[in-house]
Write a new protein. Structure first.
Length: 107
């Protein structure tokens, strides 16, 4: 809910998914410019989602900002090597999210 409010305040249209499998289906259907991806999701983890998304050659690839509570450098490196454009650590605020979106050219 916090992420939704922040994204809407930045003029993004927001769609949410309750798990990684549903998220992938929504990305394929809605073709968003960016995915704010939680590391810990049921059914399909954030990394599994990211790997499957990046294997797709039949869609325009959205930017992916990986969100995690893990500050382990290995986890962050794994996400970036897996195709994440950026990452943020939870908890985050509007300034942090806007800064990351600026870094990858979304704002």
């Amino acid at each position: 809910m916090v992420a939704r409010k922040i994204l809407e305040s930045l003029d993004f249209t927001v769609a949410e998914a309750e798990n990684g499998e549903t998220a992938l289906a929504k990305v394929l259907d809605l073709k968003p410019d960016v995915v704010l991806l939680d590391c810990n999701m049921p059914v399909k983890s954030g990394l599994e989602f990211l790997e499957e998304l990046r294997r797709r050659s039949d869609i325009d690839q959205p930017a992916v900002v990986f969100c995690t509570t893990e500050n382990d450098a290995v986890d962050i490196e794994t996400a970036l090597r897996g195709g994440a454009n950026e990452y943020i650590l939870k908890p985050y605020d509007r300034g942090i999210l806007a800064g990351k979106f600026r870094q990858i050219g979304l704002l």
